[in-house]
Design a protein around this ligand. Structure first.
Ligand code: NI
Length: 263
């Protein structure tokens, strides 16, 4: 059995890096520190391996920070400022650079967060592929009610969520697609194209709707967060017919409840 450890480094993509920043802590201001207007990026490494019996750790997170800061951040900075590489290629290159740095542990994945809403990830099992994840929002009402259950059972199982006239949520949706970065443009998919597909196939269809009453997809289907994730995946899947594939969708009904559908 293996344990997986994930560590996030927050950094500013200053050019040149501020003096002494390499030694600063990986705090909320990031490292290199963000003391002024600067691109704020995150780099999330997931490692897998055996727990060290003496320390109880897979690997010391200080070492992870040091490796990310000394090897990956300069690589990303150089690629961005000098070679004008797209984010997909930046994360692929950083992954290659780091891949052997944590031996005997395995670098399972590396995720470059461009904003709280957009990230690029490379996984060890498919290093040629970049996964692009973007977050969206929509608001909708629903009533949890199953025709397969009695009214009493519905009240018992769904409680307040069975309220006759429904209730609302601000849903968050994360869509992940995957493909190889284009040799010319270095992008996996133009972000505006991704946004257009999600807008037309999901947001315009479900935003500000009562899912049970307004949306045929849920006329016979209980709009639980699990079913919503499944339906949204089915809506989005035919939108990606080219080399870029839809991998999965995640739907947050509340910050505490999330369903994922797909690979
Ligand atoms: Ni609800």
């Amino acid at each position: 059995m293996h344990v997986k450890l994930t560590r996030e480094l927050r950094f500013g993509l200053h050019e040149p890096a501020p003096e002494g920043a390499a030694g600063s802590a990986n705090g909320f201001a990031g490292s290199p520190v963000l003391a002024d207007v600067a691109p704020f990026l995150t780099l999330r490494a997931q490692l897998s391996g055996q727990i060290d019996a003496a320390t109880g750790m897979l690997v010391n997170i200080k070492q992870v920070d040091r490796v990310l800061r000394q090897l990956a951040v300069p690589e990303i900075r150089r690629g961005h400022y000098y070679e004008k590489l797209g984010a997909g290629l930046l994360v692929q290159r950083a992954f290659e650079r780091l891949q052997r740095e944590f031996l005997p542990h395995k670098l399972v994945s590396l995720r470059l967060g461009l904003s709280p809403y957009l990230a690029m990830t490379v996984q060890e099992k498919e290093p040629n592929v970049v996964r692009v994840s973007e977050r969206f929002e929509f608001s909708a009402a629903h009533r949890l009610h199953s025709a397969a259950l009695s009214d009493g059972e519905n009240r018992e199982i769904f409680g307040r969520c069975n309220n006759l006239n429904g209730h609302g949520h601000n849903y968050e949706l994360e869509v992940t697609v995957a493909g190889a970065p284009d040799a010319g443009s270095a992008t996996v998919i133009p972000i505006l194209e991704l946004q257009k597909i999600v807008k037309e196939r999901v947001i315009d269809v479900f935003d500000h709707k009562h899912l049970n009453l307004d949306c045929p997809e849920f006329r016979e289907l209980n709009p639980t967060v699990e079913n919503i994730a499944k339906v949204l995946y089915g809506k989005l899947k035919p939108g990606f017919t080219g080399p870029v594939k839809l991998l999965c969708v995640k739907v947050w009904e509340t910050p505490k409840t999330c369903a994922e559908y797909g690979e």
